[in-house]
Design a protein around this ligand. Structure first.
Ligand SMILES: [Cu+2]
Length: 358
């Protein structure tokens, strides 16, 4: 990689020198030699290239939408995600609309007013009316978009523990895995600090804090559907990012501080798995896997297992060599299933006494 970059730098430096020498030569030209000055043939060519370029960009955009729209996420599996998606859609439609018109005009004018021998450009110093229009319209549109974004933001960033009956869960990140800590019967997380990490206490829960005794530390993230969850995030080592794309949620996990985010999941894992969108997607993935398996089996290796959809909590900060594999399975389920699962998990107090008796 370093070698590759060095070669590029040297090549770019060479091109710079070459271009500079060319400019120097041009500046010394006497009127006699005008082979380097653009004539009408060059002008026509440049004009057509400009027009061709914008047509190419438009066609490429259409192609990408048609070919790659399958990578879009399905409808949001969380309550706030609906508003989030709408903000995204409105912003993108607006940006695309303005982009298509301005780029189209820019390149069309470059073609229409291409150079012609003997033609002289028209100069005028300023036009107050025109400048007023092209300042005020973007100001109004952008201010509208920003205000709308701020409203959506304050709506999404509601981490009030007293509102409703939110479930409080800690997401704990370290190179290269996640742990979830449920706040237990009292719904209050015990204090914690990385300095307390010792033995089974891998998350550094404060043993002297009674709120921590009933906490449950798990390596799967289960959430009850339709109940607000407040995530409190902590990192053991470096910067990570808790990323749950299906729920339109992402938050940095920063060592030395607690970051928070909350949302209400609205679709269980089962519902998402059986949705039309996911059934189609999984069928495509498994078709590819079957073809791969055939090749693997032919080469004397084991066939791939069929893929089944699950939500995952991912890390979205490149945090080291195994960053790609830093993920924790998520299960969104009914309140009863959730409670039944949580009941099977050991509390922190039980883990401690198990360690002591060993
Ligand atoms: Cu990470």
């Amino acid at each position: 990689m370093t070698v590759f970059l060095t070669i590029i730098v040297i090549a770019l430096f060479g091109i710079t020198l070459w271009q500079m020498s060319k400019i120097l030569k041009l500046s010394q030209l006497k009127g006699a030699d005008n082979s380097q000055v653009a004539n009408d043939k060059d002008n026509n060519m440049q004009g057509k290239l400009m027009l061709g370029f914008v047509i190419f960009i438009y066609l490429l955009t259409i192609f990408c939408f048609v070919k790659y729209h399958t990578f879009f996420l399905p409808e949001s599996a969380s309550e706030h995600g609906v508003g989030y998606d709408q903000l995204m859609l409105i912003s993108m439609v607006l940006i695309m609309f303005v982009q298509i018109i301005t780029q189209g005009l820019l390149h069309y004018f470059a073609y229409k007013y291409r150079g012609k021998e003997g033609n002289k450009a028209l100069f005028f110093a300023d036009n107050d009316k025109l400048e007023f229009i092209w300042t005020i319209i973007p100001v109004i549109v952008l201010a509208g978009l920003i205000i709308y974004g701020l409203f959506t933001w304050t709506d999404i960033m509601n981490i009030d523990e007293k509102e409703g009956d939110p479930l409080i869960i800690e997401l704990y990140a370290y190179q290269f895995d996640w742990r979830a800590r449920y706040s237990g019967e009292d719904n209050v997380l015990g204090k914690a600090n990385v300095r307390f990490i010792e033995g089974v206490n891998t998350l550094g829960v404060d043993v002297s804090d009674n709120y921590g005794k009933d906490d449950k530390i798990t390596n799967e993230l289960h959430l009850p559907v339709n109940r607000k969850v407040i995530f409190k995030m902590r990192s053991q080592d470096i910067l990570h990012s808790a990323y749950m794309p299906f729920f339109r949620a992402q938050m940095n996990v920063v060592p030395g501080m607690i970051t928070e985010f909350s949302y209400t999941p609205t679709m269980t894992s089962e519902e998402m798995r059986n949705s039309e969108f996911m059934v189609e997607k999984v069928a495509t993935i498994n078709k590819i896997r079957r073809e791969k398996s055939k090749k693997l089996v032919a080469a004397g290796e084991e066939a791939l297992e069929p893929y089944e959809f699950d939500y995952y909590l991912l890390c979205n900060k490149i945090c080291g060599a195994s960053h790609y594999n830093m993920q924790m399975k998520m299960v969104v389920e009914s309140e009863e299933d959730f409670n039944a699962w949580l009941a099977t998990q050991q509390t922190f107090g039980e883990q401690l006494s198990a360690q002591a008796s060993n």
